[in-house]
Design a protein around this ligand. Structure first.
Ligand SMILES: [Zn+2]
Length: 96
């Protein structure tokens, strides 16, 4: 199914980025565990799809009306590299 829009959300631990996808039928999906492992029989959703539900509705209406959608949001910039650990600092002192 066509993806007409996508958002990127860093996970709460900042270790990965989840993608929230808006599909051509107006449905939302996410690749976070909360969405992927939703129990059957319950409406599927996670905090990300909930957070983008109203945005998605507007964008889907524009899509159905044939209006151009804004360009997809860029992936968030990765966090700055963490300061060197003691190990890499120790390696810096070697002459190799
Ligand atoms: Zn999610």
């Amino acid at each position: 199914m066509d993806v007409i829009y996508a958002w990127a959300e860093p996970s709460s631990h900042g270790t990965t980025t989840y993608e929230i996808l808006l599909h051509a039928d107006g449905s939302l999906s996410c690749n976070c565990p909360g969405w992927v492992f939703q129990r059957p029989g319950k409406p599927r959703g996670c905090k990300h799809t909930n957070a983008y539900a109203s945005d998605a509705r507007h964008l889907h209406q524009r899509y159905l009306a044939g209006e151009p959608l804004p360009s997809r949001t860029a992936r968030p910039t990765p966090p700055p590299p963490s300061p060197p650990s003691r190990i890499s600092r120790a390696l810096d002192f070697s002459n190799e």
